[in-house]
Design a protein around this ligand. Structure first.
Ligand code: UT7
Length: 334
């Protein structure tokens, strides 16, 4: 059995900044409400015609991650791509990255675990490397959500939260003595599948229905039972971080940096308090990027490295919760 580690990271966000004040011009909302309830000041939304898609943003993030790892694309054995906002209904975005980066015929796995997507992707990459199947796996998480939000007052509880962007890491075989990824934990509870969902365009709500009846917001836009999701999120975050610490016989004071899925700053602050973590032990950037669903941890991790918050040798805990419900954590020495 081998050990896996992260050898490189990168991220990309679209240039267009969308402020809370701008949103207040298109729906009944305001900067004060959004900041107070979510901590978000602005987010990035793609601009029509800027060429950004989940696959192209993911490719840009992947290029940076590969460059940071010092590897060549030809060293990568497999791609795992997490998104719930793919370019095509099928095939998934993984094959698009493979084509764009000229990666021969390596395999590409696509997963769609929403806000937990990056954690699930990491757990797959970790297993591939641990088992010796591949030496280097490219993990990409990318979301292009802004075109699918209900940007009227009806959809304001959802649309003010979400943003676009991508992050990527390279999961590589660790050298002897390196701790690397110590554990991955993933969970799901399908009975809550409709508490946070976009039902269209699954096969139960196919295109004919839309052509016949027009857009039905309950089906064709994301719907979230915000309070219920919030209450479950804080419980599951704490549980799954606790599970990681217990598995590794560690305590929360040994975490150098917790990178929670950037769902809502209030959720992150709640977990921080419950776990007794100092401000410098938690990294948040939702203030600038909003909630980028599956991409948020990957973007935050890459930015934390870029800004010197996360350094080699640090103990990092990543944790996510979201639609499904699904949740999970990764504990590692970076
Ligand atoms: O990433 C995946 C996981 N997602 C999450 O973890 C998100 C979890 N949930 C949340 O973050 C919060 O529930 C929200 C930020 C989505 C909503 O905050 P809330 O404090 O739960 O607000 P609420 O939905 O209970 O709404 C409170 C009030 C309502 O008005 P009334 O009925 O009290 O008059 C809403 O209509 O706030 C109103 N409201 C807004 N007002 C201004 C809802 N959205 C907005 C808005 N601007 N954007």
């Amino acid at each position: 059995m081998h050990t896996a580690k992260i050898s490189g990271a990168g991220h990309y966000v679209p240039e267009r900044i969308v402020t809370n004040d701008y949103l207040a011009t298109i729906m009944d909302t305001n900067d004060e409400w959004i900041k107070e309830r979510t901590g978000i000041s602005e987010r990035r939304w793609v601009e029509n015609g800027d060429g950004n898609t989940a696959a192209t943003m993911g490719t840009k993030a992947a290029k940076k991650a590969i460059a940071q790892s010092g590897l060549e694309t030809s060293d990568i054995g497999h791609i795992v791509f997490a998104t719930i906002s793919p370019d095509y209904y099928f095939p998934g975005c993984g094959v698009q990255v493979q084509e764009s980066l000229d990666m021969g015929t390596i395999g590409a796995t696509d997963i769609r675990n929403a806000c937990s997507g990056f954690i699930y992707a990491m757990s797959i990459a970790d297993a591939f490397v641990k088992s010796g199947t591949y030496q280097h796996v490219l993990v990409v998480a990318s979301e292009l959500q802004s075109p699918f939000l209900d940007k009227t007052t009806r959809g304001r509880n959802v649309s003010v939260i979400f943003g676009d962007g991508a992050g990527a890491v390279i999961v590589s075989k660790a050298n002897k003595g390196e701790k690397g990824i110590m554990s991955c934990h993933t969970h799901a509870q399908g009975k809550h599948k409709e508490e946070l969902t976009m039902k269209g365009f699954g096969t139960q709500h196919w295109i004919g229905e839309l052509l016949e009846n027009g857009i039905d917001p309950d089906i064709h836009y994301p719907q979230m039972n915000g309070n219920f999701v919030f209450k479950n999120a804080v419980v599951r975050f704490e549980q799954v971080i606790g599970e990681a610490l217990k598995k590794n016989d560690m305590t929360s004071d040994q975490i150098d940096c917790l990178i929670p899925h950037q769902a809502n700053l209030r959720i992150a602050q709640f977990i921080q308090k419950r776990m007794g973590l100092r401000d410098d032990q938690v990294f948040n950037n939702i203030q600038k990027y909003g909630n980028t669903t599956g991409a948020s941890i990957a973007i935050a991790f890459s930015e934390a490295i870029e800004t010197g918050v996360v350094k080699r040798g640090d103990i990092i805990c990543m944790a996510a919760f979201g639609a499904g419900f699904t949740w999970g954590s990764v504990l590692m020495e970076y």
